[in-house]
Design a protein around this ligand. Structure first.
Ligand code: PRT
Ligand code: ZN
Length: 295
């Protein structure tokens, strides 16, 4: 039995979820020392360790207790959750990267009249449980052909009439003369843990991790905006800063008609937005990244 004074987080060794997950953990202030076997990394200053594995193994490792928490695509969590009764996994927090969708796609020339088009057809997928649930909800009876990879070539090989696979840009579908017809599941990386959640010392550690991750995710787009503006332009400018914390407005020495403004903006500060703020009367606009924040 492991003690409960450290938390073990399973993440993908490398790939679309693992690389950004390590980056996020680093931004949240976690540092790890890689072990000899390249499978286990010990937390340097905080009681959090990493287990580096194939993403497909993460839900199972959490269910069996070999890992406490995991960072993995919702697609894999859902596939596993639908398979096991009762639910043994809990999605604790969406992480905003690794976005994709599990989608039905058909050969370019095939007709699509909605889900009923799939009645009696063969659909190739690596997500048989999620697909079967969707078909059931759509009241369609079709044959699910389970493949572990290269799903997109199944129609050309005559193994299936349609596919159900992950799509992000759509380039893979296009390269295989397939077109997207329906979305089965929207996915992104999530922090996942066991169901029911911890009641021992790990509950506090998990809460600490979540607070740190929230902080790091929140800071990603956060910018500090500094500018000057005529006092009477203030209402128009504040109207453009709906995502900002209540801004600080200070007077400028020797000028009664103008103020200096400082605002912490939570969403992307695009050029378009900056131009709108300038047009509303602001001048000397400065946008600064925010490195750390302690509310
Ligand atoms: O070795 P391991 O098993 O850990 O790696 P893996 O090959 O399974 O993982 P990886 O890194 O490819 O994917 C891990 C996770 O990334 C998935 O479970 C999803 O949660 C997420 N993700 C996000 C994606 C995609 N986007 C994605 N586009 N996973 C796979 N794809 C594939 C898709 O299967 C298709 O082949 O990319 C192709 C389509 O991409 P587009 O951009 O051409 O549409
Ligand atoms: Zn995988």
């Amino acid at each position: 039995m492991r003690t409960h004074d450290r938390l073990r987080i399973a993440i993908q060794k490398s790939g679309r979820i693992g690389d950004p997950a390590r980056e996020l953990l680093a931004r949240a202030g976690f540092a790890f020392r890689q072990g000899q076997d390249k499978l286990f990394c010990r937390g340097e200053s905080l009681p959090f360790d990493l287990l580096l594995v194939r993403d497909d193994d993460i839900p199972g490792l959490i269910e069996e207790g070999s890992a406490d928490l995991g960072i993995v695509g919702l697609n894999l969590v859902e596939e596993r959750r639908m398979e096991t009764e009762p639910d043994r996994l809990r999605v604790r927090m969406p992480l905003g990267f690794g976005r994709c969708r599990l989608a039905i796609a058909l050969p370019d020339l095939a007709e699509w009249r909605g889900p009923e088009t799939l009645e009696g057809r063969r659909i190739a997928t690596s997500y048989p449980v999620t697909l079967a649930r969707w078909l059931q909800a759509e009241k369609v009876s079709a044959e699910v052909v389970q493949l572990s990879g290269s799903v997109e070539i199944a129609p050309r090989l005559g193994k299936a009439d349609a596919i159900c696979d992950l799509v992000s840009t759509g380039a893979t579908l296009a390269a295989n003369q397939l077109r997207e017809a329906a979305t089965v599941l929207e996915s992104e990386a999530v922090l996942v843990g066991p169901e029911p959640p911890f009641t021992d010392g790990r509950a506090d550690l998990a809460a600490l991790l979540e607070r740190r991750l929230q902080g790091a995710l929140g800071l990603r787009a956060t910018r500090l905006l500094l500018c000057q503006a005529p006092r009477d332009a203030l209402p128009a400018i504040l109207g453009l800063l709906g995502d900002a914390e209540p801004p600080t407005v200070t007077r400028i020495e020797g000028r009664d008609d103008a103020v200096s403004l400082q605002a912490l903006c939570r969403s992307a500060m695009t050029w378009q937005r900056l131009e709108d703020i300038k047009r509303a009367g602001a001048s000397g606009l400065l946008v600064l990244p925010v490195e750390q924040m302690l509310a």
